[in-house]
Ligand binder design. Structure first.
Ligand code: ATP
Length: 472
């Protein structure tokens, strides 16, 4: 179980044949020297022991006198649903064993017992219990006092952030969330809403750059019938849909200046005027804005209204880049490992003792999202159950424009799928870099030139953590 836990790892053998119990106990003392072996001669005795002792694994016979193993299994699992139970069965009772697995036993072994095989199964079962225990500890750390649901990280910087999130949630002021891509701005906006008195009302996230400029105004404020050709009925905008709740304007720095003026009016008056409507409608919406952009620079360039800036930045939250909270890397990495391991068709995996070391030297341009992707990839591509340094492929800077992708003959061969994915990654990076360079970072123009929709292009830019500002 937990390495730091002073209590020993215990297994409980349950069988009504005393000779088998004592024989197994002797064998395990040699084969599993770090494990404390307890024995019980009946289902009832096993339940008594489990009610007072922490036991990592139960190895139990199906056929017993007082209570059969299946009934004991049900009772054990109703008290401790995660308990690892392995059942022993004779050849004639395999159907019972299959039934046992359905009822939650972790595995079964057939008698006569083959000790090498049984020891291997016990070791795997103990590893499962250890992972479950670690997971519980992690969860309790996460839900400990200073944290915010769904946020991982216990560094002083994150603790301060949690305090600010909680304070922001109790107020009605506009919040501006600033930080680089992948630092958790969206997660933060959702947390503020969820912790606020508005949590039962809608939370609407608007990815501003993904909506074409000519549609953004009608998407936000709505339109009335006849406002333009094709407007054959009234259309509620996102502000109306968010009424009573929170509207998050993601990448606010990208909205056109004329719309900024209208937005400022909405913030001041708390009312909206749909396109083509004669009158304004009162709304009750809390605004959160987030940005990765240098708004101050945009103000000096005339691309962002200063008055809107002051209106928005009443409460400003700064999301730390991962490089500033490296002490949180182990917690985050383990969290993403469990998350990826819980996906369908993926088996549970753990990190080797030294696996995480290189993660502390990396500069993490894509921040927490990049870490999440690195762990996800490792879980998918690691063939065994232990993830080591070689499975954690850290990103390299994009190749210089114009370089070709080649697999040097003397380089170690990697699996075809992995090689193909890596070529595709390099190609996409090179392509988007050239594209944005040619369009001076103008997304609309780049979308037209590449024949991609703005939303699809934005998605690629985000996925590859490309900083669009460097091309402007
Ligand atoms: N502290 C954290 N704990 C757990 N998961 C996190 C944390 N911060 C970010 N994540 C995860 O990392 C991913 C990226 O986070 P998010 O989308 O909120 O970042 P962002 O700053 O909004 O990025 P972008 O600017 O590119 O939209 C998400 O899957 C999110 O759940």
């Amino acid at each position: 179980m937990n390495k730091n836990d002073p209590s020993p790892t215990r297994i409980l053998l349950v069988d009504d044949e005393p000779d088998l119990l004592s024989g197994l106990k002797r064998s395990f003392a040699k084969r599993l020297p770090d494990v404390n072996v307890l024995t019980a001669a009946s289902g009832n005795e096993a339940l008594d022991i489990l009610s007072v002792q922490d036991v990592a694994l139960v190895l139990m016979d199906i056929m017993m006198g007082d209570m059969d193993g299946l009934e004991a299994l049900d009772r054990i699992r109703s008290n401790a649903p995660d308990q690892t139970v392995i059942l022993m069965t004779g050849y004639g009772t395999i159907e019972l064993a299959v039934d046992a697995i359905r009822r939650g036993a972790w595995d079964f072994v057939t008698k006569p017992l083959e000790l090498d095989n049984l020891t291997r199964i016990l070791q795997k079962g103990l590893e499962r219990s250890r992972l479950i225990e670690e997971n519980k500890e992690l969860r309790s750390k996460i839900s400990s006092a200073g944290s915010v649901p769904e946020f991982i990280g216990q560094s002083p910087t994150m603790q301060r952030l949690y305090e600010t999130i909680k304070t922001s949630a109790t107020s009605e002021y506009t919040v501006l969330i600033r930080g680089a891509s992948g630092t958790g701005k969206e997660l933060c906006a959702r947390a503020i809403h969820r912790l606020s008195p508005r949590s039962a009302k809608p939370f609407i996230m608007v990815n501003c750059p993904a909506i074409p400029e000519n549609l953004l105004e009608s998407e936000l404020f709505g339109y009335s019938k006849g406002a333009f050709t094709g407007a054959d009925k009234d259309h509620a905008g996102l502000f109306s849909l968010a009424n009573g709740g929170t509207l998050c304007l993601d990448e606010i720095g990208d909205i056109p200046v004329n719309l900024q003026t209208k937005l400022l009016r909405v913030l001041q008056e708390q009312e909206i005027k749909p396109l083509g409507a004669d009158t304004s409608t009162k709304i009750d919406v809390r605004i959160i804005a987030s940005t990765n952009a240098d708004l101050e620079k945009k103000i000096t360039e005339g691309k962002f209204r200063e008055d809107l800036y002051y209106r928005l930045e009443v409460l400003t939250l700064h999301m730390p880049p991962l490089i500033e909270i490296t002490e949180d890397i182990p917690l985050l990495a383990n969290f993403f490992l469990k998350k990826a391991g819980a996906e369908p068709n993926v088996s549970e995996k753990s990190f080797s003792e030294t696996a995480l070391t290189p993660l502390f030297q990396h500069n993490w341009p894509g921040n927490i999202r990049e870490l999440q992707n690195v762990i996800r990839r490792a879980v998918l591509f690691c063939p065994g159950s232990v993830i080591d340094q070689k499975h954690l492929k850290l990103g390299t800077p994009p190749p210089a424009l114009g370089t070709t992708i080649n697999q040097d003959a003397d380089k170690e061969m990697i699996p075809y799928k992995e090689a193909k994915e890596s070529c595709l990654d390099s190609f996409t990076r090179q392509y988007v870099h050239r594209l944005l360079k040619q369009c001076n970072g103008n997304i609309s123009q780049a979308a037209r030139l590449s024949d991609l929709t703005r939303a699809a292009l934005q998605k690629i830019i985000r996925r590859y953590d490309i900083d669009g500002n460097q091309f402007r």
